[in-house]
Design a protein around this ligand. Structure first.
Ligand code: SF4
Length: 249
């Protein structure tokens, strides 16, 4: 049956109308393939250089901007705008899933993109020769960001919910994103979501997700469609966490 499917595909390929094929000429270089192990290796084998940068405030925090992209809100635009806003505010961005492709296309995953970051993050990226938006792989790799956060929290001797860290699925679309989002909230992180999730018909569910759950896990959902306002809210959350840890804001 597999052979039959491959043969059907080959036959159908020959019938493609070339006038309808549009391959953009635009190309962008990318530094990809970051993981828990390679991030630590780039930092010299320990999280300490990143932790020191966070303590000093040159990196204010870390946000995982991950998951799907959707044509519902102008494809890629919310993910790219939000990531740009965060790096401008000295917040390191980790991307995984289809969001990552959008960030790559816009050239934010090459070391030269450090020029678009705030002064503190720019200096850290330049010294390590890394981009301000790190590619963490596909959407099935998103959970591995939790491994890095757990290790950083352990190194600081605090719960993950105490860290100046947040997550965002700014163009979520698929059930996998819902599972990842639920994990982020259970893990104790602020989770920015857009578009509006289909829970507004149940005020109790909306209240639990956007408010009450924080007293249980430390995490909660923030719904904001405007990427600049979302960056404002995420930055405010990061500043709150920094203050609670006695770090400069
Ligand atoms: S669930 Fe689908 S659309 Fe969403 S990030 Fe993964 S591959 Fe992309």
């Amino acid at each position: 049956q597999a052979m039959q499917i491959v043969k059907m595909s080959i036959d159908a390929y020959k019938m493609r109308d070339k006038s309808k094929v549009h391959i953009p000429k635009y190309k962008s270089e990318v530094m990809a393939g970051f993981s828990v192990e390679s991030c630590k290796a780039a930092l010299g084998g320990t999280w300490n250089p990143l932790i020191d940068a966070i303590k000093a405030g040159s990196v204010k925090g870390i946000v995982a901007v991950v998951g799907c992209t959707t044509a519902k809100t102008k494809h890629d635009t919310v993910s790219v705008k939000l990531s740009r806003e965060l790096i401008k505010r000295n917040i390191l961005v980790i991307n995984a899933g289809c969001v990552s492709s959008a960030i790559q296309i816009e050239g934010l995953m090459k070391p030269e993109a450090a020029d678009q970051a705030g002064e503190g993050l720019k200096a850290v990226c330049r010294s390590l020769h890394i981009p301000p938006c790190l590619n963490y792989g596909s959407c099935v790799d998103i959970g591995r960001i939790g491994v890095a956060v757990t290790e950083i929290a352990a190194a600081l001797g605090v719960d993950p919910s105490a860290l100046p860290v947040a997550a965002s699925a700014p163009e979520y679309l698929e059930q996998k994103a819902v599972a990842d989002g639920a994990f982020a909230v259970a893990f104790g992180l602020l989770l920015h979501l857009a578009p509006v999730p289909p829970v507004t018909g149940a005020p109790l569910v909306a209240k639990v997700l956007t408010n009450d759950v924080e007293s249980l896990t430390g995490g909660k959902v923030l719904v904001e469609l405007d990427p600049v306002k979302a960056a404002d809210a995420i930055e405010a959350h990061i500043n709150t966490k920094r203050k609670a840890l006695g770090l400069p804001v």
